[in-house]
Design a protein around this ligand. Structure first.
Ligand code: 13P
Length: 250
């Protein structure tokens, strides 16, 4: 974290919750938002965007977990970035490893979705991360570089894009890289973005860590110079834990 970048603490609720509980969680997060300096974002399942949006107060942004690349058309079951913007979203997560794995999304697909987000005036949270096998093979940085080169559009700026580093082996497992290991990958991401998009873009862009971030380990991770926030799964489903992570930002 540096003073130049406002920390962002984002909750990815994944496929959890129904309207009543979602609104309650959103209200509880809103109630604590004034006590933290980080920007807060919640990304509920698509069907909960309306009730969660209605329960959120100023100071907590609303986001979605995915979008289609097209604006409209014959894409049964899909949702466009324009629809998300119309529903009150300011952000959309694209390229989460669960979508890359469950839906076969390629980095090319992720890039198209990020461009759809820009077209609709949304900010894209573009996810990258290596699997355990790739890490064990010593390929982490190679995999991350390839994902960044394929997934981050040339039109990405510090304002319209956030990159989240989520090692797949750390998601939902309770395992995390050490603070130093996480920092090393984030520094690599910033250097790669500087090479592809220039120093001004990479210096200003927020890079989030995701994967078993909890109140107990957040402070050490968020203290790293190139970690500008978190993308939180399980711990974002409890307002107390989510706000405690936000309060750990330096
Ligand atoms: P967990 O915090 O549950 O490990 O999930 C991380 C994640 O995938 C956020 O997008």
């Amino acid at each position: 974290m540096t003073d130049a970048r406002t920390p962002l603490i984002a909750g990815n609720w994944k496929m959890n919750g129904v309207a009543a509980g979602g609104a309650e969680l959103a209200a509880a997060v809103s109630a604590g938002a004034n006590d933290v300096s980080a920007e807060l974002l919640v990304c509920p399942p698509t069907v909960l965007i309306a009730p969660v949006g209605a329960a959120l107060r100023d100071g907590v942004a609303l986001g979605a977990q995915d979008c289609h690349f097209a604006q409209s058309g014959a894409h049964t079951g899909d949702i466009s970035a324009e629809m998300l913007a119309d529903a009150g979203c300011a952000y959309v997560i694209v390229g989460h490893s669960e979508r890359r794995a469950d839906h076969g999304e390629t980095s090319g697909d992720v890039c198209a979705k990020a461009m759809a987000a820009y077209r609709a005036g949304l900010r894209a949270v573009i996810c990258v991360g290596e699997t355990e096998a790739e890490r064990d093979a010593g390929k982490t940085l190679e995999v991350i570089t390839a994902q960044l080169n394929g997934s981050v559009p040339s039109a990405a700026t510090a304002e319209n894009t956030v990159v989240a580093y989520e090692p797949v082996w750390a998601i939902g497992t309770g395992r995390t890289p050490t603070n130093d290991e996480a920092q090393a990958v984030h520094a690599h991401i910033r250097a790669a973005l500087s090479a592809s998009h220039g120093a001004a873009v990479s210096d200003g862009m927020r890079l989030l860590y995701g994967g078993s971030m909890k109140p107990e380990n957040a402070q050490g991770l968020l203290a790293q110079p190139d970690i500008d926030g978190g993308l939180i799964g399980g711990a974002s489903l409890k307002a107390e834990d989510f706000l405690a992570i936000a309060a750990s930002c330096p």
